[in-house]
Design a protein around this ligand. Structure first.
Ligand code: DGJ
Length: 728
């Protein structure tokens, strides 16, 4: 997997289908050579290193003509000859800011040691995984930078991260990218990312790469609704099924930056890491800093091929715990059914109906604790409100359990309400704040200072107490505001720009502790819907509430964009009432069910108030979900129709054993006299015969893929889920 050509000093990292190559150049510069489709041999790479003289580029010391300003650099710094966007920036004790990193040595070992205190892509015993750690050093300042590369051979994935060890005088890190890759012929590529806001998260945006810098970033303390820590670079003509695509994601839930700088020679420097805006991290002698991990995926098979690689690694080597491999719960959440206005009787009535239609679990959402009848009070007081629930959580859980359902509970542990909150009365300083300035509110609440150990311990204790007090088998972990006026009382002035990073380390400690104390609890993350849908959260919680927008049509766009790198097994998706609460649209019950079906399926409406017809349909949907869930969650996804194009959405899933194919299709906007349409499936065995489970019709795989299924439709919001089994 990882080879080092001693003579030429070239590293070649091979996955099953890709190669990543870089080398040590004459004065111990680390130069990038190649990332892309697999190459069998270590060649004579000199001619690929961009080492020829170019006008006005400063020349690196000791070389006549060679400039790191035009070479492809593996981990570039600023201040000497490379004048492009650097991967690493720091300020030394003497005020100088010119780090010069040179190759010092490396080690290659089997497996992966992992990252301390941060989530990462892990290896399991038996995986074909190797790690290369390259040590760079600034000898003048005794600053050591370790670049880690892990090859997950069978997954076609390479991960990268950066650790900095200071053995010299005090240094302030200003930017430490997790990965940067210099790719030639950047002008042939597009920059694609997932953008949005509350209620319309992760909609793909795609524009040509231009000369200069393009980037997305978050400055709010979270991976966020506006962008997502995932970037990709497809060739201009790459589509779902064809073409080269480079992509990178960050295993991190805080502020990030991702982008590309293309120089005047069309070399594109792609980068991803913690946002350097407002960031700074001081290292005293002997201290070190670990960056989050970046995941690198290259595919020759278009966006679809790229997504399937992401889906597998996320499902199998980012998500953890007992719920990683088993089918999870089909649930009912009371939020859109009652909001804060629930009673025990109402919950029981919903539970009775939930059991009747075959669901597994009832989630009690916001409002069960402290003084909390609206979103203006109570956060932080994690004890049950016995006025609302006289039988306590234990009593409620028993009632739910008696009905044959499991019980789940909502928390928002990272927050505190300044009004109606005992915690705030005792510890106003536990909120992030800047002394002498007023703190802004978001949803009437303040963010707790998770850079503090005592605050994290409080969260661990109070959530643990509740989870131990009743039979709670699911937790929805919400987070509903962005950070402002960020400061912490416990850090000195020069370390205030570390608070947001330390917050994430604190949060990850809390999540590690709680998920290992309660391994039988299924955790789902949420941040006003999908405001923290990222690889970091998925490491602790295998599913995320995809969006607060539960409208079926809007969800088609959101789930389509989300599926670029996140599998359907990670997307919470619920059937809600119509007219829809977010957009007022009315869609048939079946359409809502069929849109939610491939995700982590559930309901979010007053089940007890459903018509008989809807109840019957709900029962059918749950049954179908239980039959097909494993195919959506473990099978391969092929996107067939992009809803963003306007009229239709369609995709097919191929089961792990390749024996079953599920086709999901949705009409968004029909026309009179509509055109003939054939849906061409993907990923099938052309020589096999497939039988439509419902109609009994037989088709060859070649027919389904080349001619397609005639799609006869008439009205908006028609939808169908069709199952084909291979004929034995
Ligand atoms: C925001 C979440 O996204 C919703 O699903 C719900 O849990 C509310 N918070 C509760 O306040």
């Amino acid at each position: 997997m990882i080879r080092f050509d001693e003579q030429r000093r070239i590293f070649q990292l091979d996955t099953q289908n890709t190669s990543y190559i870089f080398g040590v150049f004459r004065a111990d510069h680390l130069l990038h050579i190649y990332w892309g489709a697999k190459l069998s041999d270590i060649a004579d790479w000199d001619q690929y290193m961009h080492t020829q003289t170019r006008a006005i580029s400063p020349q690196d010391i000791g070389f006549n003509g060679f400039s790191t300003n035009v070479a492809k650099m593996e981990y570039p710094t600023h201040g000497s000859c490379d004048l492009r966007t650097p991967a690493f920036e720091c300020t030394f004790d003497d005020g100088s800011a010119v780090p010069q990193l040179r190759y010092k040595g490396h080690r290659i070992y089997d497996g992966k040691e992992g990252l301390h205190g941060l989530p990462f892509v892990y290896a399991e015993a038996g995986d074909r995984v190797q790690t290369l750690e390259v040590e760079l050093v600034d000898t003048v300042k005794e600053l050591h930078v370790f670049l880690s590369y892990t090859v997950f051979e069978d997954y076609d994935v390479i991960t990268r991260s950066t650790r900095v060890e200071n053995r010299g005088l005090k240094v302030k890190l200003n930017s430490v990218m997790s990965a940067g890759v210099d790719i030639p012929e950047g002008a042939d590529l597009d920059f694609m990312h997932l953008d949005g806001t509350w209620g319309r998260e992760r909609i793909p945006a795609r524009n040509p790469v231009f000369c200069g810098t393009q980037m997305i970033d978050m400055k709010n303390g979270a991976s966020g609704h506006y962008h997502n820590p995932f970037i990709c670079f497809p060739e201009h003509n790459a589509d779902e099924n064809h073409g080269r695509v480079y992509s990178m994601g960050l295993v991190f839930s805080g502020e990030f930056v991702g982008g590309a700088h293309m120089d005047c020679y069309d070399t594109m420097r792609a980068f991803i890491g913690v946002n350097k805006f407002g960031f700074g991290y001081t290292l005293e002698t002997g201290e070190s800093f670990q960056s989050p991990e970046a995941v690198l995926v290259y595919s020759d098979d278009g966006l679809g091929g790229m997504s399937r690689i992401w889906h597998k690694i996320v499902r199998e080597r980012i998500c953890r715990g007992k719920f990683r491999d088993i089918e999870r719960y089909a649930l009912i959440n009371n939020w859109e059914a009652t909001y804060f206005d629930f009673t025990l009787e109402k919950l029981i009535a919903i539970a009775d109906r939930a059991k009747e239609i075959g669901l597994d679990l009832l989630v009690l959402d916001d409002g069960w604790f402290g003084v909390r009848n609206s979103d203006s009070t109570g956060l932080g007081d994690w004890f049950v409100n016995t006025e609302k629930l006289p039988c306590g959580l234990d009593g409620l859980a028993n009632e739910i359990n008696k009905r044959g359902l499991k019980f789940g509970l909502w928390f928002e542990p990272e927050m505190m309400s300044p009004k109606g909150c005992q915690l705030y009365e005792k510890h106003p300083d536990w909120a992030l704040h800047i002394n002498g300035r007023q703190s802004s509110l978001g949803r009437n609440q303040l963010t707790l200072d998770l850079s503090r150990k005592d605050v994290c311990d409080y969260i661990i204790d109070s959530v643990s107490k509740i989870l131990s007090s009743a039979d709670i088998e699911y937790v929805k972990w919400d987070m509903n505001r962005y950070m402002t006026e960020v400061g912490s009382d416990l850090l000195p002035a020069e370390r205030q720009c570390e608070v947001k990073y330390r917050y994430m380390l604190g949060l990850y400690r809390v999540l590690e502790e709680l998920t290992s104390r309660f391994p039988n609890v299924l955790f789902e993350s949420c941040a006003s819907g999908g405001g923290r849908f990222d690889l970091g959260m998925l490491y602790y919680m295998p599913q995320t509430w995809t969006s607060d927008d539960t409208d079926a049509v809007e969800r088609l766009y959101i789930q389509h964009g989300t599926s670029m790198c996140y599998p359907y097994s990670s997307m919470g998706a619920h059937v809600s009432v119509c007219p829809n609460h977010q957009v007022g649209r009315t869609t048939p019950f079946r359409m809502r069910g069929n849109v939610a079906m491939p995700g982590q399926f559930g309901f979010e409406l007053d089940l007890a108030g459903m018509t008989d017809e809807d109840t019957k349909e709900a029962r059918r949907l749950v049954k179908q979900y239980k039959e097909l869930g494993h195919i959506f969650h473990k099978g391969d996804l092929y996107r067939l129709e992009n809803p963003c194009n306007g009229r239709f959405a369609a995709m097919n899933f191929v089961s792990e054993d390749k024996k079953t194919v599920v086709l999901c299709r949705y009409v968004i906007a029909t026309q009179p006299s509509n055109k003939y349409k054939y849906l061409k499936l993907r990923g099938l065995d052309p020589n096999a015969v497939y039988i439509d489970r419902e109609s009994g019709r037989e088709y060859s795989g070649a027919l389904l893929m080349n001619v397609g299924i005639p799609w006869v439709y008439k009205h908006d919001y028609e939808s169908e889920i069709t199952v084909f089994d291979i004929k034995k």
